[in-house]
Design a protein around this ligand. Structure first.
Ligand SMILES: [Zn+2]
Length: 67
């Protein structure tokens, strides 16, 4: 399965998102890109978790677990 990483230049509120109706698309925004490579990598990993079924909203399943 391939994943498309898209860029939304007009969103300055979120770091990124996925749309459940487009199962291969991840969107990144200027907020994530301005924070540097680790924020970009973290956002992509987070959104891949959503593509693999982690719920959104107040559920934290897509977040990195604390040690
Ligand atoms: Zn999320």
């Amino acid at each position: 399965m391939g994943v498309y990483v898209n860029y939304e230049a007009g969103n300055h509120r979120d770091w990124g998102w996925t749309d459940p109706s487009y199962l291969h698309d991840i969107v990144l925004t200027p907020l994530a890109l301005r924070m540097g490579r680790w924020a970009i990598a973290g956002t992509i990993v987070h959104e891949i978790a959503h593509l693999n079924g982690a719920p959104g909203g107040n559920d934290h399943a897509a977040e990195v677990p604390r040690r």
